[in-house]
Ligand binder design. Structure first.
Ligand code: FAD
Length: 558
């Protein structure tokens, strides 16, 4: 039997993005013997990888940053309201260095398998560097958009120019001046890239299958004086984020859509359209998300905005989504996106009319013509929410595979536990409070909750936590039921598990990926669970493979 002293670590955290960084901070503070295993060559997750031009926040920078350290809040100056990838990565590195976390991280370590050893009550991990590690607890902070998906088009390897997925945009600058660039996709990433590079390339051809609704980001610089003001209001800002469903500063208009006269609705939308950020989506009437009529009226309003900004009426019509209403999936925010189509060097190809037949040595062939390119950019999104989980061979009690359990849709308790997979924690897992919100706000909530559970267990000599089947069923039914009220369920989007490039996800069968109750309700539920002694979890001393109690656990126990 493997005793605690023989465990490689008490806790292994997988993933060094925003979530993994905060999780290891909490564990290090407790004195737990813990490490982070990260597949990439360095920390940062989303902000380490997505280096494409235009990659930036759509959360207000100062609501995205961590809230846990006043010193950190006081010293960091966000330079832009919606800051770009290079600064975001600098910020995460600053946090890690400031709190001495780098020594608790191991890079180029992809976890390939995690098997629960029932007899010894521990997890056995297989790492890409050949090691096998053991630990009592595994914490998954794998990211919800960390597995990029390429399209399945014949001939992709034949292309002799440069081609890459936006997630893998090269680290060294890619010369764009004078280049003929083709981009496949018109989702959130493409919308950022196109707006940024249209005036820098020789020619840009956009291959669109389904247009997305989008709205202006309205970004701006943050001066020293403005930053000083933000610093003085941080408590208030985070209190607002905690109060709003989306974890942002934007609060829904709680008046009834149909009770507000149409002229007033239009005036409000005109104002929101010119404001920065998600106000147009999250500061809108709540019926936009649930009421077909309200949603259709607002979608018509945004369609008119597209017609006003795009010169060629035929192109404008192609850019207006017909298969879903505004806001039923996360809304891409743009800068100069629609105006890009007014440029002579930008062309929109509707691949419903002229399908892509193959990639050739020199470019892309559609049913209509051959296009020659120097660069092809695949802005084709991610195997979202459950993809990174599916990529690890995770096996629980009796060797059951998580991938099999979640084949049709995930099922979880609070988005943090799965029955049959003891001591596997997901602070921001599928169906948790993070996935449909301002992520770092949800991440801090989830990490704090999971860490407090571990403290509770360590203080009492408990070595095994497992969700009951009944608790998992109840939570999953709750998440599922919430979808039935949301127009979102009708959209083919990453919130419903649709991805034509992921096997099994092409059909558009709804997967219940995100909790739609909003931050305050989620927090109320998880707090109630904790206050009731972690009702829904079975906490036992386990077939104790010894107990490793971090120094700080005594303080908690006292
Ligand atoms: C371009 C882009 C812009 C975004 N903008 C915003 C925004 O403005 N606001 C917002 O709230 N959210 C935004 N998001 C969502 C974003 O993913 C979250 O904000 C946040 O970065 C998630 O952090 P995370 O730590 O959960 O995941 P990630 O940052 O994805 O980190 C997960 C890490 O886990 C690692 N990993 C995965 N599998 C393994 C394995 N098997 N072994 C070892 N390591 C593994 C990955 O390599 C990765 O480094 C954006 C996402 C993208 C892609």
């Amino acid at each position: 039997m493997t005793g605690a002293s023989e465990l490689s670590y008490e806790v292994i955290v997988i993933g060094a993005g925003v979530a993994g960084i905060y999780q290891i901070k909490r564990l290090v503070d407790l004195g737990a013997r813990a490490t982070v295993l990260e597949a990439a060559g360095d920390l940062g997750g989303t902000w380490y990888n997505n280096r494409y031009p235009g990659s930036r926040f759509d959360s207000e920078s100062y609501t995205y940053g961590y809230s846990f350290s006043k010193e950190l809040l006081d010293e960091w100056h966000w330079k832009e309201k919606f800051s770009g990838q290079p600064e975001n990565l600098r910020y995460l590195n600053h946090v890690v260095d400031k709190f001495g976390l780098r020594e608790h991280m191991q890079f180029n370590c992809r976890v390939e398998a995690a098997h629960f050893d029932e007899a010894n009550n521990l997890w056995r991990l297989k790492v890409s560097d050949g090691r096998e590690l053991t630990c009592r607890f595994v914490i998954l902070t794998l990211g919800l958009l960390s597995i990029p998906t390429l399209p399945r088009i014949e001939g992709m390897d034949d292309f002799t120019g440069r081609s890459f997925h936006t997630f893998d945009w090269p680290r060294e600058p890619v010369p764009l001046a004078g280049k003929k660039v083709g981009i496949i996709g018109t989702g959130a990433t493409a919308i950022q890239v196109i707006g940024e590079i249209a005036d820098k390339v020789g020619a840009l051809t956009v291959f669109q299958r389904r247009p997305n609704w989008c709205a202006p980001l309205n970004n701006s610089r943050i001066s020293e004086a403005e930053m000083a003001d933000i610093r003085s209001r941080y408590d208030e800002i985070f209190a607002t984020c905690a109060r709003t469903p989306g974890g942002f500063e934007h609060e829904p208009d709680r008046r009834g859509f149909h009770e507000v006269p149409r002229e007033e609705r239009l005036a409000m939308w005109d104002r929101l359209y010119d404001e920065p950020g998600f106000g147009i989506w999250l500061g809108n009437f709540r019926e936009i998300f649930t009421d077909e009529e309200a949603n259709a009226e607002f979608s018509d309003y945004i369609a008119d905005r597209i017609r006003q900004r795009v010169d060629d009426p035929a192109v404008a019509e192609k850019l207006i989504p017909r298969d879903h209403g505004f806001g039923v999936q996360r809304v891409p925010l743009e800068t100069n996106y629609l105006e890009a189509y007014n440029r002579d060097n930008v062309r929109l190809v509707d691949i419903n009319e002229t399908p892509i037949e193959r990639v050739t040595e020199t470019g892309i062939r559609t049913s209509e013509q051959d296009y020659d390119f120097d660069i092809i950019v695949y802005a084709t999104g991610f195997d979202a929410i459950t993809g990174a989980h599916d990529h690890i061979d995770i096996r629980g009690v009796g060797g059951e595979r998580l991938r099999d359990r979640w084949r049709d849709s995930p099922s979880t308790f609070l988005g943090m536990f799965v029955h049959g997979f003891p001591n596997l924690l997901m602070p921001n897992g599928p169906q948790s409070g993070s996935a449909s919100t301002n992520y770092p706000r949800g991440i801090e909530i989830g990490v704090n909750w999971c860490t407090e559970l571990l403290e509770h267990m360590w203080a009492r000599g408990i070595t095994r936590a497992e969700a009951t089947r009944a608790a998992e069923d109840r939570w999953t039914a709750h998440v599922t039921k919430m979808y039935s009220r949301m127009l979102m369920r009708k959209a083919k989007s990453w919130f419903t598990g649709y991805n034509s490039n992921v096997e099994g996800h092409e059909a558009g069968k709804v997967r219940y990926f995100v909790y739609n109750g909003g931050t305050p309700k989620y927090v109320a539920v998880i707090n109630e669970v904790a206050e009731a002694g972690y009702e829904g979890l079975v906490l036992t001393k386990g077939p104790a493979a010894g107990l490793e109690k971090p120094a700080a656990a005594d303080r908690v126990a006292g």
